[in-house]
Design a protein around this ligand. Sequence first.
Ligand code: BGC
Length: 349
Amino acid sequence: MRAVTVHPSTARSLEVRDVPEPVRGEGELLVDGLAVGICGTDKEIAAGEYGWAPPGEDRLVLGHESLGRVREAPAGSGFGAGDLVVGVVRRPDPEPCGACARGEFDMCRNGRYTERGIKERHGYASRSWTVESDYAVKLAPALERVGMLLEPASVVAKAWEQVERIGARSWFEPHRVLITGAGPIGLLAALLGVQRGLETHVLDRVASGPKPDLVAGLGATYHSGSVDQVAPSIRPDVVIEATGAGTVVLDVMAGTAQYGIVCLTGVSPRGQRLSVEAGTLNRELVLENDVVVGSVNANLRHYRQGADALARAEPAWLERMITRRVPLERAAEAFTSRDDDIKVVIDLE
Ligand code: BGC
């Protein structure tokens, strides 16, 4: 069976090659892969900067933004042949820690969790794959072309949940959200902001290409320029930061309304150095009761929230987020960024 593989920690090791056919274990689904989405993490792994093969193996099958169709399912699992499914990325650590023991593996405390296609477990970028039925999420048939957006949508649903739970520590009726970065995470964060009835603003570097239209298509407002120009006129109650760029991160912290909540979702490269006027930034956070929170990954609750959000979205709008589809044998092309790329997917069929 063909799969997209890498030798973790080795740059330029990406290769579509034959790997053994998966064998369905007890309680597992056997799934025909339809597509996988490619994100910054996949590119980091392909560049040899992140990622771990399963213990005792050299190569890792990539792919954590999955979409497939069930071929075989165990009786009583709630799944049947033909169902559209997405596999969950993370699995609890073996101990398990208190969070993992409670199904909150996205909040793992000891870092010994594993992740499909990222950390010590093969991913979903293969012609077929298996997944425990407890770690599979069923999607509405209408999402057949775009269901690989569920994993990023789950990450965004978690981020929104964090914001709302933190907001609930006092009176909280947010009106305006600023999203920095109009990549897939930023655009999905905007979708969920609009679905919550918030005045939604999205800021990105580019002034042309598909991003402004996608934002307008949601009824949200697009801005290009810098945070320190844009944020003062918006005074956002909530910021979802999806660039991971050091200056943007610091500027949004300083640019919120009173009681502002900034949720950081962008994984930045290490080694960015900036000089910060720490006194003013600290004063703002303290005197405004502001919160800055980091958020990664998602548990099953967030996948379900993400699936609901996608089901409520305009399918044509979701499809416009997918700017390139690359066939499996040419998978390497998905790892080279092009202008105007938003979400690039590998077709597995
Ligand atoms: C994935 C997360 C994962 C994180 C760190 C992200 O790209 O979406 O599910 O936890 O990388 O490995």
